[in-house]
Write a protein that binds this ligand. Structure first.
Ligand SMILES: [Zn+2]
Length: 115
């Protein structure tokens, strides 16, 4: 599993935070929008994000809430003008993220997200 939490996931009382939280910063749920657009833990990802957002004329330095990141990610993925650069940005971030977390090799991480 690439991300521990599904897109738009918000904390629920029965959640075990340690199993859902970002493996980078451990501050927020590890949703795709958090890792792609919000997390500041991995400098390489911050750098990729900065270049990508600048290239689509979005302010990379603006602080965004989780729901804002979720909406932004959705609009990027559904934009015909940006889909190519969004896809390559996502691909690059996933590579860095998986390498950094040894995701392929990690056996303990196989529990599925249930929604
Ligand atoms: Zn994080």
């Amino acid at each position: 599993m690439t991300f521990r939490s599904s897109p738009g996931r918000r904390p629920k009382p029965e959640d075990v935070f340690d199993l859902k939280c970002c493996r980078g910063c451990r501050q927020q749920y590890e949703t795709p929008e958090h890792v792609l657009l919000q997390c500041l833990h991995v400098p390489e990802i911050v750098d990729l994000r900065h270049r990508f957002l600048s290239s689509v004329n979005i302010d990379p330095n603006l602080e965004r809430s989780e729901s804002h990141c979720f909406e932004l990610l959705k609009s990027l993925l559904f934009s015909w003008d940006w889909i190519a650069c969004t896809a390559s940005f996502v691909n690059d971030v996933l590579k860095v993220w998986k390498d950094g977390n040894n995701i392929e090799r990690e056996g303990e991480d196989s529990d599925e997200e249930r929604e």
